[in-house]
Write a protein of this length. Sequence first.
Length: 556
Amino acid sequence: MKKVCVAVILLLLFAPLARTTGQSGGTATPFNSQLGGMPSLANISSFIHALPSGIDTFTRQPAVNVTMALGQATGNVDMLLSSNQTWLEDAVATFYRLHDISVSQDERDEFFRQTAAMPDELRQAVALLLVALNDATVLCREATQQLSDADRAFLRQHNQSETELGEMIRNMLGRQFNILPDFSLFTSNTSTLFAIIEKIDTEKLVEGSLLMLRTVRLVLPVIASYPGYNHTLRDPSGHICIGGAGNDTYTGTASLVVDVGGDDIYTLGEAGEATLCVDIDGNDHYLGSAASSFLGIGMLYDTAGDDVYDTDGWSQSYTCGGITVLLDGAGHDVYRADDHAQACAHAGGIAVLLDISGSDVYRAGNRSQGCSNANGLALLLDVTGDDSYTGGSYVQGSATAGGIALLLDCLGDDVYASAANAQGAGEGWAAGLTKVSTGLMVDVAGNDRYRATSRAQGYGIYAGVGCLTDLLGDDNYTASRSSQSYGTLFGIAMLMDFGGGNSYRQDTPLPGDREGGTSIKIDDISSLPSENLLSLLSYVRDHDIMPLSSFLEFFR
């Protein structure tokens, strides 16, 4: 998912460079010659309109032999020849051992007596999900094994980073900088936080989350083929839940929930390093801390239905140092939350909220709707529908302290409203790294309306990058001040609208203004300021400014 996010953004942001004429007065190879093979705007438009069917193909997996998949996942090929296959029993025993859960043999026997009445294929699908969850739990523990109890307690209380300007201001006097100052001048008051983040093996977390995602894709057709199953089971520990077609209610803590259908209510709290909820159908209501993780993996996959996500903060794809994925396949959904929600990543975590179809409503407080901090990565992707987004400050593609944040809406006439530091805003850098915060907001097609108070719609400050890009449609932009491509204090700000009849209103200053930063404003693809933009890209490449320099690697 992270690579897909980067690839799409590259197509959207850098495709117009193929039409530029090069940078004057320089000896470096012009970027227009490097990017000459990029697709046209029409090609990208066709690609985006085909994206819904492409994602639908990705989410739909052909039917598989679950028994063979279990043999491959567990390595227990001898079980394939046995007439008494105990896949679920073995997976539950491993789960109990991993979590140090003590359950009497009589309680286990009663639970397995109930599961024995399930269709064999459905029972094995649940077993395969539990095997993946167990493996992901082990990977989570390996990823965080270097963290002490004190480190974990620190992350609970101090998982955000702020920019320290003192040293930078002292060194500004008497110096002249080209776009960005020397990063050696920067200091941070959160060195402890970044030292802890470096102890987390994110690759292990990614491995575990991809394992869970692949397994969900494998078993979805199997689970969906039993819409008539109508029994609700819960293991003696309460952590493993199997729901039928009825209207079920889930409370307490649960690590694995598999629900066939019905209008269900979820009020579940934090439970273990890895959690997974798969709901096939129904108009469901999610409360509690839906889709969140702390130094672990949390995944919620709702296939269909007009769902309501109504939670407090720290939910709806929130993570601190872990990975959280909330995927909603179809339906007109409502997302309501307080602060730190709807794709919010702190402390090096990865948060993804993906809604494939339907006209959806997003409401949240501060640091939400695609917000990252302290080396985190946040992605909110909505593919189709006329959507509405309302948030506070640091929302809708807002990154701080070296984070990468993206809100990407592909199709539909959308409405965006926010307060400050929003709609493509970047602030600060990552401590000890030549890495700037990058906040991106991209709307591909539709007649859209953007509303913000200040420091939004392409805003960069303290060596941060903020970019709002809109490709197609007649769009309206309104802000009070310091917005619409406003770069200050070494910030880089971009507002790029490549087509349509657009209108801009801002009280003060004018759109595209700057105070000690770099501002790039494009209202039409023919007015692309090649000299300014290519100068910026050349600087990023030559000085290896992350993460922007990694984007350019795609074109080498």
